[in-house]
Write a protein that binds this ligand. Structure first.
Ligand SMILES: [Zn+2]
Length: 134
């Protein structure tokens, strides 16, 4: 596309918005991330449900009779659900900004994001079963 520039992945307009570097950027990024967590928790029922699931499963993982690697995989499988849900929610927000009317491509984008969450959810019992029972 015409907005690509050599040596960069962003259009000129987007690059101009990315002014900060170094420590200030890290601090700002942290607060943007907190705002994102807050927005997802406020607006996404699915994210709230998965946070409840994580609040139950993460402490449980620590008390399971498995080694460190097993615990790490069990914890990672739960955190992956939250990560994928956050990305899916970001797609949904962007899609709704583009249009809230029915559109085949918007539906595809949202369905694919939803499918990613489903795969991450299926991954949880698969990992937990394998870690616990081999
Ligand atoms: Zn959603």
């Amino acid at each position: 596309m015409s907005d690509q520039q050599p040596g960069g992945i962003r259009a000129d307009g987007a690059s101009a918005l990315k002014g900060k570097t170094g420590f200030t950027r890290v601090v700002n990024a942290f607060f943007y991330s907190l705002a994102g967590l807050r927005a997802a928790f406020r607006d996404e029922a699915a994210f709230r449900q998965e946070v409840v699931l994580a609040a139950l499963l993460l402490p449980l993982a620590f008390f399971m009779p498995v080694g460190g690697i097993g615990k790490a995989l069990m914890i990672a499988s739960v955190l992956l659900v939250l990560i994928v849900e956050l990305l899916n929610s970001a797609v949904e927000v962007l899609a709704d900004k583009v249009t809230t009317e029915k559109h085949e491509l918007i539906k595809n984008a949202k369905d694919i994001g939803s499918a990613a969450v489903l795969v991450a959810l299926i991954n949880v019992p698969v990992v937990w079963m394998l870690a616990l029972f081999g």
